[in-house]
Ligand binder design. Sequence first.
Ligand SMILES: Nc1ncnc2c1ncn2[C@@H]1O[C@H](COP(=O)(O)OP(=O)(O)OP(=O)(O)O)[C@@H](O)[C@H]1O
Length: 472
Amino acid sequence: MPNEHELTPTDETLAKAWRHVLDQADKNSRAWLKSSHPLTVHETIVLIAVPSEFARERLESRQRSEIEQALSDFFHRSMRMAVTVQPDLELDLQPPDPPAAPKVTPTELTRREAAPVVTSTAPAVERPDVDRLNPKYTFDNFVIGDSNRFAHAAAAAVAESPGKAYNPLLIYGDSGLGKTHLLHAIGHYVRDYFEDARVKYVSTEELTNDFINAISENRTTAFRRTYRDVDVLLIDDIQFLESKIQTQEEFFHTFNTLHNAQKQIVMTSDRHPKALEALEPRLRSRFEWGLITDVQPPDLETRIAILKRKAASERLLLPPEVLEFIGSRIQTNIRELEGALIRVTAFASLNRQDVDLNLTEVVLKDLIPTGPEAEVTASTIIQETAKYFGIGIDDLIGTSRTQTLVTARQIAMYLCRELTDLSLPKIGQEFGGKDHTTVMHADRKVRQLMRERRSVYNQVTELTNNIKQSGH
Ligand SMILES: Nc1ncnc2c1ncn2[C@@H]1O[C@H](COP(=O)(O)OP(=O)(O)OP(=O)(O)O)[C@@H](O)[C@H]1O
């Protein structure tokens, strides 16, 4: 134990103090503490570094008293902790060991003892289905504001205690407000913190297609196993179950099986279940068993915070007045906010110019129509793109891999992502039944090309204008 009068302990003392905190902590708390570490002591305050905002909240809200108690025990005086976020910390951490087989218990999930916070910068070991979760959609990357505070808290509670907190959890709200992001964040969290947890993420369109294929190929038993042998089932855009009578019936049984076994079900929808009129009443009533929460459009402050976070994660430098300008011009859809950020930075990068207010105004003038906004559909985008590139619609949505067609197709897919509310699988369908990963790839590719090639940037800008004007 240190000398009682020692007010500035050495690093070694601090390390010992931290070991004492770890020894005192129970198994769950220890997993969190191992991804944190003490930086310094100033008088009675110990400064602790954690890798993420989420870890900070967890330490401050759940573990403060036990940590301060252990520190006070060690130093023989009343100690307090202060927590700071150091995102680089996670780079120093080792990925967790591959999950050990066999599974510990089939029903109770067991927390990993020392799982570090794993995000896109510290990828976990390959696990089946893992690629279906977008690595950027984590709790760490989710900005909390009044518009989504409750939904975030509910998602975090479910991720911490799958099957126990609220079951099912249903998050609803308009397009582009972060529902899918929260769904993936739950998936990442459960995979990272529970041993051998089986998480399945699926869009309702995929669920329906899977079911139809299973019936036609006589594979319904395998289909059931895929959806029922899981600990957490995440289903996006449940509104697409409306009027799919047979899939509803099948899902009803899947739901009951999972719910009875205390397996977690999380769903998103564009409406409150009461407004899903073409849904079987017994299914609708089950959706109301757990917790239903909405996400609202973010206020200006949250929009700016989201832009700031996105810019930082892409390592982009934007002055505050630019973030404020973009945030004040684009008010409802967060996907559009991101779209604006991508275009502004692509334009600056092409011109080897810094991003400033002038440049931002010029770029956004093209993006935001002055008159009332017309609804843009996928078919308008496809028609206008085909016309612009002088190619046939069949070729645009076909499978030919000639360079011109590939680029035109990717641009059209990117624009569907940016300018419409359509989900990835739905966009894939509009392009002759392509997989949602093809759309995801196109989206990424065009973002990159816009930065690198002026021709592509100009094509995207001109096409956007054509598309927006064609609606008036
Ligand atoms: N609070 C937030 N913090 C950071 N990013 C956010 C937040 N909310 C949404 N986003 C981002 O906005 C984009 C759109 O969000 P998301 O796809 O989750 O919307 P959605 O509500 O599921 O929309 P849809 O119903 O159209 O699928 C994503 O890139 C997501 O990361």
